[in-house]
Ligand binder design. Structure first.
Ligand SMILES: [Cu+2]
Length: 155
């Protein structure tokens, strides 16, 4: 074993402890960082949604153009629009992520809609979700499934 690899082995537990809380939830592709992906518990044959932050650290605008997961029949990008006294979901073609900005996908706002779940979303599990950006390309994240009524990401 080389001195370097021994040093790396010795160092790794400390590195794990030193990692900031939640850092392992972030995924970067190109200039886009996907932060804290999460979802909510839901039964099979119902619909689910995924939420996250999309941060564009680059100088060029980008957009989320589609998403897919093996556990839903269809995945759409949705927003909420006010219709009288109620908020209704409406599909959008894409979700713009302007240069230097962070876009929040959250309950009551923009979200990734998982339509026709082929498996239940169980609290505490994760689900693979592939996101496709016009400029940055493709990244697969693992939203953590929170309780059915969760309003935000918790650890
Ligand atoms: Cu929706």
């Amino acid at each position: 074993m080389t001195t370097l690899s021994r040093r790396l082995l010795l160092a790794s537990p400390a590195l794990l402890l030193a990692a900031p809380a939640g850092a392992h939830h972030d995924t970067t592709v190109g200039a886009i960082t996907i932060g804290h992906p999460w979802s909510r518990a839901a039964g099979a044959n119902t619909n689910g949604a995924a939420y996250m932050t999309l941060r564009n650290t680059g100088r060029e605008a980008d957009r989320l153009v589609s998403a897919s997961t093996p556990i839903a029949r269809t995945v759409e990008l949705h927003t909420h629009v006010r219709d009288g006294d109620v908020m209704r979901m409406r599909p959008v073609r894409d979700i713009a992520v302007p240069a230097g900005e962070t876009v929040r996908l959250r309950p009551g706002g923009l979200h990734v809609m998982l339509i026709g779940l082929t498996e239940p979303l169980r609290q505490g599990a994760t689900v693979p979700l592939t996101l496709r950006f016009e400029r940055a390309g493709e990244a697969t994240v693992q939203p953590e499934i929170q309780a059915a009524g969760a309003r935000g990401h918790t650890h």
